[in-house]
Every structure is written in C-alpha cells, then in structure tokens.
Write a new protein. Structure first.
Length: 501
C-alpha cells in the first residue's frame, strides 16, 4: 500500500444503505483508516433516501465491518475513532435540497480545516441516478475543482455503445475527464496488479509474449452463486454485459497490451485503449460462430439445490438472458496475429475461481515420446492468489520418462501480511488522484464496440443457440467445443489438486 499522505478528504457515498456500502466500501475505508492510509482529517458523509438514526446506521456499518472486513472484528477504540468521522444524511437524490444540505456540510468541513480539502463522490447507486446526481453536483458547484474533486462511477457504464457515449458526453460537459473514475474492482485485485510487474519487470517472458510462442490465452471467471436477489437487474443485463464487457476485456488488455513507456496513469491507459481498438469486430455470422451463451437449469451446487434461472425471483419464465458466456476473440496486431483469446464466465458453476491461462505452443522437436503437455503459465486471481508455470521434467529413475510439474509462486507462502482488498487500493488511488487502474471514456467505448455485434446478433435471434446447463456443472458442452482444437477443456480450475488418501 502507499505511504503518501493526502489532503483532508471529504468522502460522500450516495446509496449509503445499499449492499455495496455495507459489504465493501465502509470495510475498505475502515481498513485504510486503521492502517493509517487516510489523512488525519477526513469525513465520510453517507447519503440515502431512507430515514435512519445516526447511531442505528453506525451500528449497521459496524456489523458489516465485523462480517466482511479482512481485519476481522473491529476493536472498540478503533471503531470509535473511525465512526466519529462518519455521518448519515437522509436525502432524496431527486431534490436539490439534498445537495444544498450536503454542500453546507462540505463547507463546514473545509472551514474546520482552514483549507479546501479533496472531495470524493462515490455513486453506489442504480445507473438511473448517475445523471441526476451529477447534474446536482454540477449546479451546486460541489465538484468543480479539477485537481481535488472526483466522482467514482460503478458499472455498468451504459447498457450499449450509444448509451455509453451519451453518458460520457453528459459527464464530460460537467466534469473534466481526469475527475471521472470508472471503477472495475477486478483491476484493484492484488494479483491483477501483479500482472504488470510480472510482465514488464521480468524480461525472461517478454521475448515469448507473442504469436510466435503463445498458442492461445484463456481468461475465465467462474461464480458459484446464482443471480439471487438481483434477478430484476440481471435479466436486463446478462453475463456478456455484466462480466465480459466490464471485467474480462479489461483483464485481456492487461495481459496483451504493449509495454507503456512509463508507469504513469495516462500512458498505461493509452496502451490499454490501443489494444482494445485492435480487437477484431465480428459480423453477425461471426458473432454466433465465436460465442457460446448458456443459461443454468435446476441443479445442485455443493450439495445445495439451486433453482433454474427462469425460476429465480424477478426473472421471466421465458427469459433468454444468458448466465454463461464463452467467447473467442482475436487481436489484429503484429504481436497477437492469429492467437485466440478465450474469455469465459458463468453463474451457478461448481467453484468460485478467476484464472488466466497462457498456453505456449508445443515443443518444435519431439525427441521424447511422452513430451505431450505444452508449457502453461497460470495466473490465479482468486481464490488461490498464485502464479504457476507448468513444464516437463524427467521422472527420477533409470528410464527417460517425462512428467508435467508446476513451479509455483503463492502469496500466502511468500508474504505474511494480509493483502488489501481491491476496494481499499482503488479508493486510496481515487483520493490520491491516481487513475492508473480506472477506465477512460475511450476505453469504455472501445469495449462496447467489441461486444455490440454479439449483442445485436443475440437480440435479432434471441432463442438461437441458447444452450442450457445444469447448475453445479461447468457450463454447456458447446463451450468446450469452442476451445478446440487449441485445448480439450476450459481451464476454470487453476490447479487440479488430487484427493488426499
């Protein structure tokens, strides 16, 4: 984590009684506080429509910290010191009075510090409130200092290319681009950040990181959970919008981008955007050929019954929304010409795991009859937090017999300290004005351009090639067929651990 001290900070959370605030934002801010990464003077203003006593609201936040914080149950004194900075503000996002009251509290905070502090406005709200809140912040001049004031916008950023562009234009007329932080919590994960260090600080891999030596790349995010209580939102979104457009394409950028000339926000974001602009755009026919979409039916996950997606709350009984996507993409530049990137994600799968697999080409000279396993680099983002290299080795003995073995690096074995949560890293970056891990407007639009032909194809033929898979399985068989002949299966599991006898 960073040691740099920052200005007095006023942090405003819109949607303060929501799940994101309860599970992620407040625990993250609390951990930053107890680890001395917040400034000595800060205030957290929690804004929501529902009435609540300040004491009751703080008790609810404490329960969230005790349940979800990586630091465990809060110590009494630390919680008291932290909660003294937290205040609940009841207000309707649609009424200007809410923002007048907010402005008064922000002005009082600045007066108390005898200086204008940094301001962070976090939109932990439904997408329909983004423009409403932004307009009021703009009119009341609460977020008008370009170098000190920032807004944080959660996904989804638009529902398609047109809505994304419209939202970017709307925000761009009210805030500078450097003030807008489009957050993707996957990019704040420690293992994801380590990919940059792994690639560009270790020259041993750079000569091999191209189409001459790499056969294909798999990036997959498997989720054990179903849609749960999010059925209403999810059915209007689906896995392609919810995961591929946001998370997995951004991971692909980090894996495949060219080395930036410096570790600076804008040059890194330039490299990501340039990479995204080289991703092949599919025709209608190509979209069906290179994607597999599925939807889970009733099954069991870890022995617990799971209803079919169409039987989930707020989901239409005839829904064609995908809960699983496997897609093959190509990057049409010199480095990656002809190398397929397989991106896959799904809900109600057997295991929670996020993994990147770099599959190298087969040995050019087959002098050993059992040289059958190509080298494979596996980056496990969660839950293992490890990087492993699969390579062939001679089995001890008198015969020349080969066996694939792993050379592993794991965070648990190499680092004793607790790893920061993604939201801790990202919130601190926002406070410090570091946009390295956040998406720029042109990068968001470029990602939408990639997925729009797929969305258009599915919309034109909603029931065409919708595959079903039983909850608790690894998705429809067609997904495995998509990766052939490059691989026999989809690598959702980073390491296959044998059962202990």
């Amino acid at each position: 984590m960073k040691e740099k001290k920052i200005l007095p900070a006023a942090i405003t959370i819109f949607g303060a009684k929501g799940d994101l605030t309860h599970r992620k934002l407040i625990p993250a801010l609390y951990n930053l506080f107890i680890n001395q990464h917040l400034p000595a003077s800060f205030i957290i203003l929690c804004v929501d429509y529902l009435p609540a006593k300040d004491s009751d609201y703080k008790n609810d936040l404490l329960a969230g910290i005790n349940e979800f914080s990586r630091s465990g149950k809060a110590e009494d004194k630390q919680w008291k010191d932290f909660s003294d900075h937290v205040f609940y503000l009841q207000g309707d996002f649609l009424k200007i009075e809410t923002f007048i009251s907010l402005g008064n509290k922000l002005d009082a905070f600045d007066k108390q510090n005898k200086q204008r502090g940094a301001r962070l406005f976090y939109y932990a709200v439904a997408p329909r409130f983004i423009e409403v809140i932004s307009e009021s912040l703009f009119k009341q001049k609460l977020c008008h200092q370009v170098k000190r004031d920032r807004i944080v916008v959660e996904k989804p950023f638009g529902t398609d290319l047109d809505s994304s562009k419209k939202l970017n234009r709307f925000l761009g007329r009210r805030f500078a681009e450097t003030q807008i932080y489009r957050i993707d919590h996957y990019l704040g994960k420690e293992t994801v950040q380590n990919i940059l260090a792994f690639r560009f600080a270790n020259y041993v891999f750079e000569p091999l990181w191209n189409q001459q030596y790499i056969d294909h790349v798999q990036i997959s995010v498997a989720e054990e959970v179903g849609v749960g209580k999010r059925g209403g939102y999810y059915d209007s979104s689906g896995a392609l919008r919810d995961m591929i457009q946001n998370h997995l394409l951004q991971l692909m950028c980090i894996v495949a981008m060219e080395c930036p000339p410096a570790y600076e926000a804008e040059v890194i974001r330039n490299a990501k955007t340039k990479l995204m602009q080289h991703v092949r755009i599919y025709s209608l026919a190509e979209a069906f050929k290179n994607t597999v979409r599925g939807q889970y039916t009733a099954g069991t996950v870890h022995g617990e019954p799971r209803p079919a997606y169409r039987n989930e709350d707020q989901v239409p009984s005839d829904s064609d929304t995908e809960t699983f996507v496997a897609a093959k993409f190509f990057i049409d530049n010199k480095r990656w010409k002809g190398v397929p990137f397989f991106l896959g994600t799904g809900k109600s799968l057997p295991r929670q795991t996020s993994v990147i697999v770099i599959q190298f080409k087969d040995s050019p000279h087959k002098i050993f009859k059992d040289d059958i396993v190509p080298n494979r680099l596996i980056i496990s983002i969660q839950p293992e937090l490890e990087i492993s290299l699969l390579f062939e080795s001679k089995v001890p003995g008198l015969d020349m017999k080969l066996q694939a073995v792993n050379m592993d690096f794991t965070y648990q074995e190499n680092y004793k300290q607790s790893l920061p949560e993604a939201y801790e890293a990202l919130l601190l970056d926002v406070l410090e004005g570091d946009a390295t891990l956040f998406m720029r407007a042109d990068q968001v639009d470029a990602a939408w351009k990639v997925v729009m032909p797929i969305l258009d194809a599915w919309k034109k033929s909603p029931a065409k090639k919708l595959h079903f898979y039983e909850a608790g399985t690894w998705g429809p068989p067609a997904a495995r067929n998509l990766v052939k002949p490059y691989a026999k299966e989809w690598f959702f599991l980073p390491v296959r651990i044998p059962d202990k006898k």
